[in-house]
Design a protein around this ligand. Structure first.
Ligand SMILES: [Zn+2]
Ligand SMILES: [Zn+2]
Length: 181
């Protein structure tokens, strides 16, 4: 999502403006399309852009709906991930005179000749930092049975040491059969 910051940079230092960073749903043609590759399906939130001496200071809060895979049951689910944004962007050109400005620090985020500030990489970076290392679809997810592979959230069960799942299924069938007789 590219935001034109030229008008703000023509204002005195300290002047700020709020921009809506939300987009829902995010599709391959969205302004936030680059977030799809980390599983983000929607974003809401906004950021305050302030004209500062080196350029634009971005401060904001976003909430991203991220599709994750549960570490226990392998179901895919949507987690709401909040992230704080704070980043100083450096102007490379004076917006009024067009003069080339002093070289920004190494690794600094730079505002190019078009004065478009792309916030998507910043959102991506901060949402990535907030993603859980071991996602769980719910806190008490029972996970997949290590013996038979059945999702234990759907069917809680235990295995006797001597009896495996196929035998218990067979017994259920036989019991049903007996009932029908
Ligand atoms: Zn789960
Ligand atoms: Zn099982």
């Amino acid at each position: 999502m590219k935001i034109s910051v030229a008008p703000l940079m023509k204002q005195p230092y300290g002047v700020s403006e709020t921009y809506d960073l939300g987009e829902s749903p995010i599709t391959p043609r969205s302004e936030h399309a680059a977030l799809l590759e980390i599983g983000v399906r929607a974003v809401e939130g906004d950021a305050l852009f302030t004209h500062t001496n080196p350029g634009i200071l971005v401060q904001g809060t976003v909430r991203a709906d991220v599709e994750l895979e549960c570490g226990r049951c392998l179901d895919r689910f949507i987690a709401r991930v909040p992230a704080r944004l704070e980043e100083q962007y450096y102007a490379s050109i004076d917006v009024v005179s067009g003069a080339v400005l002093a070289e920004p620090p190494r690794d600094a985020r730079v505002i190019g000749h078009d004065f478009l500030l792309d916030v998507t990489p910043l959102v991506r970076e901060h949402v990535l930092l907030e993603l859980p290392l071991k996602p769980l679809c719910r806190e008490n997810c029972a996970g997949i049975c290590p013996t038979c592979g059945v999702d234990q959230n759907e069917r809680a069960h235990r295995h006797d040491e001597v009896e495996d799942e196929r035998w218990s299924q067979l017994r259920t069938l036989l019991a049903d059969f007996d009932k029908k007789k």
